[in-house]
Design a protein around this ligand. Structure first.
Ligand code: PEP
Ligand code: MG
Length: 368
């Protein structure tokens, strides 16, 4: 190691010795998890499961969502279960001994459905239109949304598709059982996305607990996994006290929380009028990059306060992009969160910033 590397390692060691914020990473493959761990991540704060449903599994997902009857759906779910179990086993193995927060499926639905226009054209131009194509188009039409990012996503989809949540929770539990039998120390947690009402979370938690108990009875192994919720809608932040009665942890999805608090599409905003707004001084930075302390940040603070009042053991983290942004990390430190979770390559910077936030907090007026 050269002098520069040594200096960096020294700074990181110092930051680690003082920082109060834990640093986890967002990763959804064993390779990314291992990379994050090598860079010092203390767990996976967000394992998204969306990509696990694409590629060659797409047709199963389509079958699961558009199934004409229970048998067809159950068949698709049964085929997905071992694939998901293998996904989770790999990640738990890479992160053995460290927490891995697995988020239940949260896709914008249109990414999973067959293209409506292509289907319609195929039907319109076919000499002998296939009756299955007709039925498929009807089903796709029924689920079509103008704004998929504000629609049947997250827990809403989990509650709408019978068996989907149960399949994913079972896959996690069976992966945990497998790792335990192999002598590992799996620490999986289940996270429910896009929650907006206490009843949604209660239903999701009840289903999760039911499946965990089932797998525990089958395997004779303990399955007391923490169950938490994302806070990524203003409504969720406002009812944080109610949510904390059911949740073991909150993870702030500041990407969606910024989108929904500002009423700005996270996919379009930066490309449309942002440059003009920045030029005119209306905005000084993109709220999608650096936490907007007086708006979105207030929602975070409010949810932490009311969440902890309702549940003193509540853990709180952030897993939106802001979890890797230096200024935002200092804000999350002041807001008293337990951890930030960011892309693996940002983990070292996050460790340094978390250390800096602690040092700054001890001698400046912004300590809380
Ligand atoms: C978020 O909304 O901040 C988040 C982490 O979830 P996703 O980016 O997957 O919507
Ligand atoms: Mg989100």
């Amino acid at each position: 190691t050269g002098p520069l590397t040594e200096a960096v390692l020294g700074a990181l060691a110092h930051a680690d010795s003082v920082r109060r914020l834990e640093v986890r990473a967002n990763a959804d493959t064993p390779e990314d998890a291992a990379r994050a761990r090598a860079l010092g991540a203390q767990g996976i704060g967000l394992c998204r499961t969306e990509h696990m449903f694409l590629g060659e599994r797409r047709s199963l997902v389509e079958a699961m969502i558009l199934a004409r009857d229970d048998t067809a759906r159950e068949r698709a779910l049964a085929a997905l279960l071992p694939l998901q179990r293998a996904d989770f086993t790999g990640i738990l193995k890479a992160m053995d001994g460290l927490p891995v927060t697995i988020r239940l499926l949260d896709p914008p639905l249109h990414e999973f459905l067959p293209d409506r226009t292509a289907l319609a054209v195929r039907l319109a131009t076919a000499k002998h239109p296939d009756v299955r194509d007709r039925e498929l188009l009807d089903a796709v039409e029924r689920l079509h949304e103008q704004n998929p990012m504000l629609g049947l996503r997250g827990v809403r989809l989990g509650l709408a598709v019978p068996g989907l949540m149960a399949m994913q929770v079972r896959a996690v539990a069976e992966a945990v059982a497998r790792r335990l039998r192999d002598g590992g120390r799996p620490r999986a947690e289940i996270m429910v996305p896009l929650v907006g009402t206490a009843e949604e979370l209660r239903l999701a938690c009840a289903e999760t607990a039911r499946v965990l108990a089932e797998v525990s009875a089958e395997t004779g192994l303990p399955m007391d996994l923490p169950i938490g919720t994302m806070i990524e809608l203003p409504r969720a932040a406002l009812i944080a006290g109610q949510l904390a009665e059911t949740a073991d942890f909150f993870s702030f999805g500041t990407n969606d929380l910024t989108q929904t608090a500002w009423g700005l599409s996270r996919d379009d905003a930066e490309a449309s009028f942002f440059p003009l707004y920045l030029e005119k001084g209306v905005l000084t930075a993109s709220p999608f990059e650096t936490i907007d302390e007086e708006g979105v940040g207030r929602l975070v603070e409010l949810a932490v306060t009311f969440g902890r009042l309702a549940n003193a053991r509540l853990e709180t983290g952030v897993c939106g992009e802001h979890g890797g942004d230096p200024a935002s990390i200092r804000f999350f430190h002041r807001a008293g969160l337990t951890y930030v979770s960011c892309s693996p390559f940002r983990v070292p910077v996050a460790r340094l910033e978390a250390g800096r936030a602690t040092l700054e907090g001890t001698d400046t007026s912004d300590s809380r």
